[in-house]
Design a protein around this ligand. Structure first.
Ligand SMILES: C[S@@+](CC[C@H](N)C(=O)[O-])C[C@H]1O[C@@H](n2cnc3c(N)ncnc32)[C@H](O)[C@@H]1O
Length: 250
C-alpha cells in the first residue's frame, strides 16, 4: 500500500499512538534481548511518522537513520524530531543508504508485511549489519490474528489481514535464509487503548492499513457495531492485541 495515496500520515499518530508505559515496554524488550554495549548505529526501516525513531536514539544513545518510502509519513517524522543524531531518508527497504557491515541494529515495526520482497530486504539488512548485529522485528503475524480486537466488528477484515500477514514460521525461515540466526521470539500483549470507547475513537481514524483497504460501506457498518459494543456491552479495562517480537542475529 502506498501511504501517500491515503491520509494515513495525518491520522497515524492519533490512531496508533501509545502511552509512555507502552513505549517503555517495547524499549525494555529490546534492551532485554540486546547487549548493553555496542548498539550505536540503528536503522529504523519503515519508520513512518517516527513513533520509534527518536525514542530509539534516546534509549540507546545511538545514531538512528529512519527510512521510509512515504513522503507524507516522513514529513511528520521530521517535524517532531530535532535530534542531531537522527536523520531521515526517503527510500524503500530494497537498497539501504548504509555502508557494508556498519550498522548494529535494524528495527522494523509493523513494516514486514508491507515489504514486496522480504527476502531481498533481509539480505540487504544482512549486508549493512556488522557480524553480531541484530534485526529486531515488531509485527503482527497470522498466528496472532485471533487476538485482533477489531476482527469481529468489520466484515472482510480477516481475509484482508490473512492476505497480508505472514506466519512466525515463514518469517523465521526468510530471516534464516538471509543468513540470520534466531535469538528470541515473544508474543507481546500490547495495549491498544485504555478502554473500548477510546479504542473505537482510534479505529474511527482508520489509521490501519487493513481498515484502509476495506470498502467504505463495510468500514462504516463495522464502526457502527463497534461503537454500539463500546457504549453498551464492552467490559471495562484495556483493549489489547498480541504483537510478535523477533530478534535475529547476523
Ligand atoms: C504501519 S506503518 C509503521 C510505521 C512505524 N514503523 C511505526 O511502527 O509506527 C508502515 C510503514 O512502512 C512503510 N513502507 C511501506 N513499504 C515499505 C518498503 N518497501 N520499505 C520500507 N518501508 C515501507 C510505509 O510507508 C509506512 O510508513
Amino acid at each position: 500500500m502506498d501511504y501517500d495515496d491515503t491520509n494515513m500520515a495525518a491520522v497515524y499518530d492519533s490512531g496508533r499512538g501509545y502511552d509512555p508505559e507502552t513505549l517503555r515496554q517495547w524499549l525494555a524488550l529490546l534492551s532485554d534481548a540486546l547487549p548493553e554495549e555496542g548498539i550505536s548505529r540503528i536503522v529504523d526501516l519503515g519508520c513512518g511518522t517516527g513513533r520509534f525513531t527518536e525514542p530509539l536514539s534516546v534509549h540507546f544513545e545511538a545514531e538512528v537513520i529512519g527510512i521510509d518510502p512515504s513522503a507524507t509519513m516522513l514529513e511528520q517524522a521530521r517535524a517532531k524530531c530535532a535530534r542531531s543524531s537522527v536523520r531521515f531518508e526517503l527510500l524503500t527497504g530494497s537498497r539501504l543508504p548504509v555502508e557494508d557491515g556498519s550498522a548494529d541494529m535494524v528495527f522494523l515495526s509493523m513494516v514486514y508485511h508491507h515489504l514486496p520482497d522480504p527476502g531481498q530486504t533481509m539480505r540487504e539488512c544482512h549486508r549493512i549489519l556488522r557480524d553480531g548485529g541484530y534485526v529486531c522485528i515488531r509485527n503482527s503475524t497470522l498466528d496472532a490474528i485471533g487476538s485482533f480486537p477489531y476482527l469481529r466488528f468489520f466484515n472482510g477484515i480477516r481475509s484482508i489481514a490473512e492476505g497480508q500477514l505472514t506466519s512466525r514460521l515463514q518469517m523465521t525461515s526468510v530471516l534464516e535464509s538471509a543468513g540470520f540466526e534466531s535469538v528470541t521470539h515473544k508474543a507481546v500483549t500490547h495495549e491498544m487503548s485504555p478502554d473500548w470507547r477510546s479504542f473505537a475513537d482510534k479505529m474511527a481514524l482508520r489509521a490501519d492499513s487493513f481498515l484502509a483497504r476495506l470498502p467504505d460501506d463495510d468500514f462504516e457498518a463495522g464502526m457502527a457495531v463497534l461503537r454500539a459494543y463500546a457504549e453498551q456491552e464492552a467490559p471495562g479495562g484495556a483493549v489489547t492485541q498480541e504483537v510478535d517480537f523477533f530478534v535475529f542475529r547476523r
